[in-house]
Write a protein that binds this ligand. Structure first.
Ligand SMILES: NC(=O)c1ccc[n+]([C@@H]2O[C@H](COP(=O)([O-])OP(=O)(O)OC[C@H]3O[C@@H](n4cnc5c(N)ncnc54)[C@H](O)[C@@H]3O)[C@@H](O)[C@H]2O)c1
Length: 389
């Protein structure tokens, strides 16, 4: 069985998730396309990197990614760092001929994303962006219903990603609130996930018309290396720094296929802990998905007898996408890490088949163009065409 050595850069929230997948993926998908070997993990100092080696099950650790991505015994570079370092690491890894899994958003903006796409295509390596939510079985089921024509032609769509972990102004000023480290705020952090999901289901965006707002202009300075998000202690009394990214956006969308819709995203909507979802209405039915009930898909089909028409709830299980690999009866439920395991399987499958992953850096670049158009529309207060970015 082929084994592939992984160098993982960054050991916070995503480092933890990806490491779990490397050990678990072959248990779900046997025989796996390749066995991931947790070879070396990198973080910014000895304490973080050596601690991560022990905690996340890697053989070695290092504190300098530049020395690691060129090593001849490394096959895969996994980028789990804040957004400002994705491009530099990915371009170096591509030049060294490594396959790359990069956390989302792909880059700080579309210009950086294009340079990354050019580098991986020139190198001929496998590349994938970790927009994991599109790998959720219920979302893939929605895609299958749309592609088989069960809800007809898509007319309208509403997508949202609403969280509340930063609604309190005492939530610390992590890298997620600094333009030089994150590129954008709610837009890049959560907005790009719902943009990816809606684009995957409905089709290419033609133009956007957005309102982009920052509601909390400064936050208490953070201590420690990685972002503790909702688990951070909140204290507004200490020294503060400026927030120079968006807290929220709402955008109307024109799709190339004639559909119309809107998306909104924020991390400041009290009561919505991880409210990622969509509603899609077609000429023959509708579909609703809410990540906080991620094992369910609500479907209404106009073909049903009139006296039975209404939303039915499908509970994901062995009959649904990836069900035969996960758990043997419906209702046991898949969770966040199961979806990341599906993503991991798809990445290694793409490597084994010598092609880009799905979503690829080309998808990541397109989403960066949409995000840049949303930012521009927030300033111009006009419709912005994606093709101009
Ligand atoms: N797919 C998802 O659902 C999802 C969820 C959260 C975050 N993310 C993305 O994952 C990436 C990481 O986010 P996170 O939440 O894990 O952040 P985090 O703050 O929890 O962890 C980031 C880690 O990277 C390390 N790091 C920073 N610069 C580094 C460098 N130059 N070399 C080595 N290590 C470095 C930090 O010390 C820290 O340990 C971001 O791009 C984020 O947008 C994706």
């Amino acid at each position: 069985m082929r084994k592939l050595n992984i160098a993982m850069i960054g050991t916070g929230f995503m480092g933890k998730a990806h490491s779990l997948c490397y050990s678990a993926m072959p248990s779900f998908f046997w025989p796996p396309p390749a066995i991931p070997v947790r070879k070396i993990v990198v973080d910014v100092n000895d304490a973080l990197a050596s601690g991560a080696r022990d905690r996340l099950g890697f053989e070695e650790y290092a504190t300098n990614w530049q020395d690691v991505v060129t090593r001849s015994d490394i096959d895969v570079v996994d980028i789990c760092t804040p957004n400002n370092s994705h491009a530099e690491i990915a371009i170096a890894a591509a030049k060294a001929g490594k396959h790359i899994l990069c956390e989302k958003p792909l880059a700080m903006d579309a210009t950086e994303a294009k340079a990354m796409l050019d580098a991986v295509e020139a190198a001929g390596v496998t590349h994938m962006v970790a927009f994991n939510y599109r790998q959720t079985p219920a979302v893939i089921m929605a895609k299958q219903l749309i592609e088989s024509g069960r809800i007809g032609e898509i007319l309208t769509v509403r997508g949202q990603y609403m969280q509340d972990w930063s609604a309190d102004p005492g939530t610390p000023l992590s890298w997620r609130f600094q333009k030089k480290l994150a590129g954008s705020g709610a837009l890049g952090d959560v907005g790009t996930h719902v943009i990816d999901m809606v684009r995957y289901l409905v089709g290419e965006f033609e133009s956007v018309n957005a309102i982009v707002r920052t509601h909390i202009p400064e936050r208490p300075l953070q201590t420690g290396a990685f972002d503790k998000m909702a688990s951070a202690s909140r204290d507004s009394s200490g020294p503060k720094g400026p927030v120079d990214v968006d807290d929220a956006f709402i955008t109307m969308i024109r799709f190339e296929n004639g559909a119309a819709g809107f998306i909104e995203a924020t991390r400041n909507a009290y009561g919505h802990h991880n409210g990622l979802g969509f509603e899609i209405n077609g000429t023959r039915g509708s579909i609703i998905f809410d990540y906080q009930r991620m094992n369910e898909l609500k479907v209404m089909l106009a073909d049903d007898p009139q006296d039975l028409q209404g939303f039915r709830t499908l509970h994901m299980g062995p009959a649904h996408p990836y069900g035969e690999h996960l758990w043997p009866i419906p209702g046991l439920g898949v969770g966040y890490i199961d979806v990341k395991i599906i993503e991991c399987f798809n990445f290694f499958k793409a490597i084994a088949e010598g092609r880009p992953g799905e979503p690829s850096f080309r998808d990541g670049y397109q989403i960066s163009r949409i995000a840049d158009a949303i930012v521009a529309s927030g300033v111009s207060q006009k419709w912005e065409r994606i093709s101009d970015f």
